[in-house]
Design a protein around this ligand. Structure first.
Ligand SMILES: [Zn+2]
Length: 98
């Protein structure tokens, strides 16, 4: 059920997961992607997150932690998670200000 809700949230066209325009831009620094198992995701990101960025300064290397691709978490969902997390790389705070 949680996954279904995530899918609905991700695919809704005006969903709040999309970063505000000022953060929804290509990241100017190096980016790294690490896909991990669900239990590792909790270690890296906490229990309620589907992905996260590791602490960084904007412009420096930004590491995005992602779930592994699966039947449930498909490439399109991963792409959406990357778009969201790239906003965080660009300085969008965890409070998701608009
Ligand atoms: Zn976020």
């Amino acid at each position: 059920m949680k996954t279904l809700l995530l899918a609905l949230a991700l695919y809704h066209p005006s969903a709040p997961w999309i970063p505000p325009a000022r953060f929804d831009v290509p990241y100017p620094g190096q980016m790294f992607y690490k896909q991990v198992d669900a239990w590792e995701l909790v270690d890296y990101c906490g229990g309620n997150a589907w992905a996260c960025t590791l602490p960084h300064y904007v412009g420096g290397p930004c590491v995005i932690i992602l779930p592994k691709t699966s039947a449930v978490i498909d490439r399109n969902m991963i792409a959406n998670l990357i778009r969201h997390e790239t906003g965080h790389c660009n300085g969008w705070s965890p409070e998701h200000e608009r």
